[in-house]
Write a protein that binds this ligand. Sequence first.
Ligand SMILES: [Zn+2]
Length: 497
Amino acid sequence: MAPSSRAVSISLLCLAVISPPTARAQSSDTDVARLVAALLGNTPMITDLQQLTDGFGGRATGSEANRRAVEWAVARFQAAGVDARTEPFTMPGLWLERSATATVRGGALGFAARIAALPFSAGTPPAGSTAPLVDGGRGDSLGFAGLGARAKGAWVLVEQEELKDVDGLFREYAESAQIEARAWRAGALGVAYMGSRPHNLLYRHNMNLGFKNRDHLGVVMERDAAQRALRLLRSGTALTLTAVLDLDRGPAYQSLNVIGEVRGSTRPDEIVVIGAHFDSWDLGSGTLDNGANAMMVLDIARQIKRLGIRPSRTIRFGLWNGEEQGILGSMGYTKTHAAELDKHVMTTSIDIGTGRIIGFFTGGRPEVLPAVERALEPVAGLGPFTQLDIPIVGTDNFDFMLEGVAHLVANQEAANYGPNYHARSDEFGQADQHQMRLNAAILAAMTLRFAEMSVTWSRQSRAEIERLIATTDLRAQMEQFGLWDDWASGLRGRKAP
Ligand SMILES: [Zn+2]
């Protein structure tokens, strides 16, 4: 899946012709080459990633690990001589799992089933919530029709296919929004998803209602136990499920983004952003999602500083918080910096693990495409790159998109991202260290080019954003992630003039 070693060695060869630092107050193609060469070398990026993931572990926003990791990240920027600060934003509530256990019972039979609470699930009393466990089939309308009134007050067990890849992941998200809506309409107590991952791997999968959920319960159950329960149900054994969800929940609070900054030398008020979310879910240590890319962003800043490169525009390095719980940190950034958004030239997000960057999602903005092609010229040897000019929802480009700011999301080979997504297995060892360096080189070259190139596009008006929504599947995507209401209510997005 990685590019051929031949392609890489050719590009390294080209980069060997470098010149000493210059006193010019802008970066040049020589600087791009020097930066790319530096990032392909032995930088602290990998040891940073190990410190972040092994040292702090899963970093759910609101957790102590998250707070300590934020302090560490600021210190890492500063140790590299990069200006860095924290910027507060509001989280609508606290949701953390302390523990989750479950028992399936039927007649004389009883067995423990490992579970994980779905983020934003309600908690249970200390003795747990016990109810009939019923066969909801695939959770489609057929499955709920089969249940009829038996769904009321019950735990509805939903069968799931084994997850193979990122396409399967998107399918799960799309289906779960519908499944949960049906379950609550039918008066179910909770939904118990059969784990879709092999080897009884547990993971977190956000409930569609998000922080708005008050009463509904949701868990994912290890695959083997769920399959056993389903076989028992289908052979006529009545079952109950007792789930004990011990949650740490609380009111709105302040969380922090970490922003590194290299100030522009000649156009400091014009801004280029490269960012990756820094928070993770907590069953694993958040390596593929998204520690690896956060540490890549940090390393790009470090190498720009170390090489004395002076970009014309200001470059901001965003380590966003609160992404997993509703893309809230980057939203906070767009609110805090609302007055500067007209001057944001380009914002890039990276959030699909450590697979090879194969191009960029350009957001349904054809005017941006030629600029992306130009920005990628210095690293053509690490391609090929193909741009997909469609808007996508699910990571930190979201609020930039709704504010009309030009935005990109790195499109990556899925590699091992899907099976480890939000899972216990998302650990340091999953990172493709070699590919991380190649991806860092690609993003660094682009970022520096955007800090220099002449800009032929501008911020979209409210009307243009509305047109984008009307002419693409954006609305469906937003609904799938439970984000449509935020736009419709005016909580998010560019206001009409
Ligand atoms: Zn992510």
